[in-house]
Write a protein that binds this ligand. Structure first.
Ligand SMILES: O=C(O)CCC(=O)C(=O)O
Length: 371
């Protein structure tokens, strides 16, 4: 196995020796998934649990009462979600720790996988396209993936997941590539919009095609860490779009929030990652050596801006910025409502456009109706 011998810090699915190594060590089903991840950046599977239907229905019953449905439908809230419901809902945890998924991911990545975060959504997220590399990544990078599971049938009307196959092969662009320093990030990620502009430009340059996952209940999609993805507009807001995302890391890595890193100024936003299987914190390890607590403490005192930043707050801040960066950056009209815009221009539904982008690039010039 050349990957393990020469590049133990590269996932098998991303290895330059993938074609030689993967067929030698993977079973036929695993190889199909590995090839899809390698070539397209995602793979779809039927969720491997005979009781998945009952579990999904039980989760929906348990979580339904926790959401402000009215607030979402009348546009006061951007989205509805519960992060880390695995801490109180045993079925959410069951899905996250599914042993067949863990075996599959561990085989195709070449390191033991573990789940570290769950997100449950009762409606479409309508999240702008993003790569997880900006939000959470491992060192060495790419030892991270998401498993997105449909809790009901999903079509074009209720906000399907979308993604750009091919984007997973992009280099792992980080703050230093985008010219972002600690001076920028200490004031709360104004730099995030530079990532958005870069992703837009790369999609256009490579003419990548947006695809959507019209999933049947119980189907799952695995995405690799750098695959550009997001949530389509939920056109029919009277419907639901239940789903669960479980994010996985792999053992023997360090785990950080890359948009908050300025490594050579000593600013490293380490994450305190819990392994959902045990609830225990996972050590940060690089090339077999544990990152000493003393090191983390030493760099903490230098950079007070992010001292007590925890993963949950980061998620909230990032979600807000992802949602609003176009508004700040490119002057959308006041109160621009992406759903109303799409409803007022039904041809955009067929074209599956991102309404923010569409309005700024074409709609404005074409004098399209806003609502
Ligand atoms: O479910 C969706 O619509 C998108 C989810 C997503 O982008 C994420 O969890 O990173």
């Amino acid at each position: 196995m050349l990957t393990v011998k020469l590049l133990p810090g590269v996932p098998l699915v991303d290895s330059p020796f993938f074609e030689e190594d993967a067929p030698m060590i993977l079973a036929r089903d695993q190889l199909r998934v590995a090839k899809d991840l390698n070539e397209k950046g995602y793979a779809t599977i039927d969720f491997p649990d005979p009781d998945i239907d009952e579990k999904i229905e039980a989760i929906k019953r348990d979580l339904r009462g926790r959401f402000d449905w009215e607030g979402w439908r009348n546009g006061k809230l951007d989205g509805l979600r519960i992060q880390d419901a695995w801490r109180f809902d045993s079925r959410v945890k069951d899905i996250a720790v599914n042993s067949k998924i863990l075996d599959l991911l561990s085989a195709v990545y070449g390191r033991q996988a573990f789940p570290f975060q769950t997100l449950n959504f009762p409606v479409g997220t309508q999240q702008a396209a993003h790569s997880d590399h900006a939000h959470f990544n491992s060192i060495p990078d790419r030892f991270m993936c998401g498993v997105w599971l449909a809790f009901e049938d999903i079509d074009d009307e209720n906000g399907p997941l979308f993604y750009y196959p091919g984007s997973h092969k992009w280099p792992s662009y980080q703050n230093e590539h985008l010219g972002v320093s600690y001076a920028d990030i200490s004031t709360g990620f104004p730099a995030y919009r530079r990532y958005v502009a870069l992703w837009d430009a790369l999609v256009e340059k490579q003419a990548l095609k947006r695809e959507v996952f019209r999933a049947a209940k119980g189907q799952a999609l695995i995405w690799t860490s750098n695959l550009l993805h997001g949530g389509s507009v939920q056109v029919d807001t009277n419907r639901t779009r239940w789903s669960q995302v479980t994010h996985y890391f792999f053992e023997g890595c360090a785990y950080t929030t890359p948009v908050a890193n300025d490594t050579f100024q000593g600013k490293i936003a380490f994450r305190d990652i819990a392994d959902i299987r045990s609830g225990d914190l996972v050590p940060n390890v690089v090339s077999g050596a544990i990152v000493r607590d003393g090191f983390r403490e030493a760099i903490k005192t230098e950079f007070r801006g992010f001292d007590n930043m925890n993963a949950t707050r980061m998620q909230v801040i990032q979600a807000k910025i992802v949602k609003s960066c176009f508004k700040h950056d490119r002057a959308l009209p006041r109160g621009f409502d992406p759903i109303a815009y799409v409803k007022a221009n039904p041809d955009l539904i067929d074209a599956e456009v991102d309404p923010f982008e569409h309005y700024l690039i074409y709609g404005q010039a074409e004098g399209r109706s806003l609502r």
